[in-house]
Write a protein that binds this ligand. Structure first.
Ligand code: ZN
Length: 262
C-alpha cells in the first residue's frame, strides 16, 4: 500500500543529517525504522547507519545482509518499545548535487517497493551552495517510484514526491542516541577497511608510509569534524538537562511546601 505522508521525528532527522554532513566526498546511506499508522502515515523514529563496503562517489547500495540485520534490529526495538517497529525505508546523501533522485535512485527505489510497496526513500542534499546567496543549504526530499509506460511501449519508472514533516521533539531517544554515537566508529572502520586493502599488496616502503599517513590523517579528520563536536554537543545537552532537572526539583519543593499549608 502506498504511503500518504512521512513523519520524521526530530531526533531521527538529527541522526540522518549528522551522517549526511560527515562527508562531502561520497554519498552515505542508512535505513529508516518506525511504524505505519492507520492513516498510512510512516512515522520514522530510529535510524540505522550503514557502513559502506565500497566507497564510490555516486553509488549507494544496500546488501541483503544489511537489510536482514536492520530487520533484526527493528524487531529488537519493537520488543523494547512494545510497538510494531519495522524497516520503513532508506536514506542517502547527495553532496554537492541537487536533492532530486537520479535515474538509478528511482530504479533502486522501485526494486525496494517490489519487496514492500510502502517502502520510502529520503534524500539529503548537503554542501549545496545557493547560487544567489552563496550560503550552504540542506534540502530534503521524500519519494517513491511508479511504473510508467514510455511512448515506445517500454516500462520505466518515475519519481513521486511524498510529503515529509519533521516532528518536533526536545529529547533524543535511546535508539537515536545509540546510532549517533556509533557514527564516528563506523566512519573510522570504513577508513580502516580502505587502508587494510592497501596492505594486502606488496608495495615499496615509501608507498606504505604514504598510505599509513593518509589513514592517520583520515582518522584525525574524523575526530576533528565528528568526534569532537559530537562530544561537545552532547556535553552541552547534558549541561542544559542538569539545569532543567535542578529547576524541576525546585518547583517540586515549592509544591510540597504549598501542600503542607492546606
Ligand atoms: Zn542518489
Amino acid at each position: 500500500m502506498s504511503v500518504a505522508s512521512v513523519h520524521l521525528e526530530a531526533d531521527a532527522y538529527l541522526v540522518c543529517l549528522t551522517h549526511a554532513l560527515s562527508t562531502e566526498r561520497e554519498e552515505v546511506m542508512g535505513l529508516l525504522i518506525g511504524e505505519v499508522d492507520e492513516k498510512r502515515v510512516s512515522r520514522i523514529s530510529a535510524v540505522i547507519i550503514l557502513r559502506r563496503s565500497d566507497k564510490q562517489a555516486d553509488r549507494v547500495e544496500i546488501s541483503p545482509e544489511q537489510l536482514s540485520d536492520a530487520s533484526t534490529k527493528a524487531e529488537q526495538l519493537a520488543h523494547q518499545l512494545q510497538r510494531p517497529m519495522r524497516v520503513l525505508g532508506w536514506y542517502h546523501s547527495h553532496p554537492h548535487i541537487t536533492v532530486w533522485p537520479s535515474h538509478v535512485d528511482v530504479r533502486t527505489q522501485a526494486m525496494y517497493q517490489m519487496m514492500d510497496t510502502g517502502f520510502i526513500g529520503l534524500i539529503f542534499s548537503v554542501f549545496n551552495e545557493d547560487k544567489n546567496t552563496k550560503v550552504n543549504r540542506v534540502q530534503l526530499t521524500c519519494f517513491q517510484s511508479v511504473e510508467v509506460t514510455s511512448h515506445y511501449g517500454s516500462t520505466d519508472y518515475e519519481r513521486v514526491e511524498v510529503p515529509v514533516h519533521i516532528a518536533p521533539s526536545t529529547a533524543i531517544s535511546r535508539a537515536c542516541l545509540e546510532s549517533i554515537i556509533k557514527l564516528p566508529r563506523i566512519l573510522s572502520q570504513e577508513e580502516e577497511d580502505a587502508y587494510e586493502q592497501t596492505t594486502q599488496n606488496s608495495l615499496d616502503l615509501i608507498t606504505q608510509i604514504h598510505n599509513a599517513s593518509v589513514f592517520t590523517k583520515s582518522e584525525c579528520h574524523i575526530m576533528e569534524v565528528m568526534g569532537g563536536p559530537l562530544l561537545q554537543s552532547l556535553e552541552n545537552r547534558l549541561a542544559v538537562n542538569s539545569v532543567k532537572i535542578a529547576q524541576l526539583h525546585k518547583q517540586k519543593e515549592l509544591l510540597v511546601e504549598k501542600l503542607k499549608h492546606f
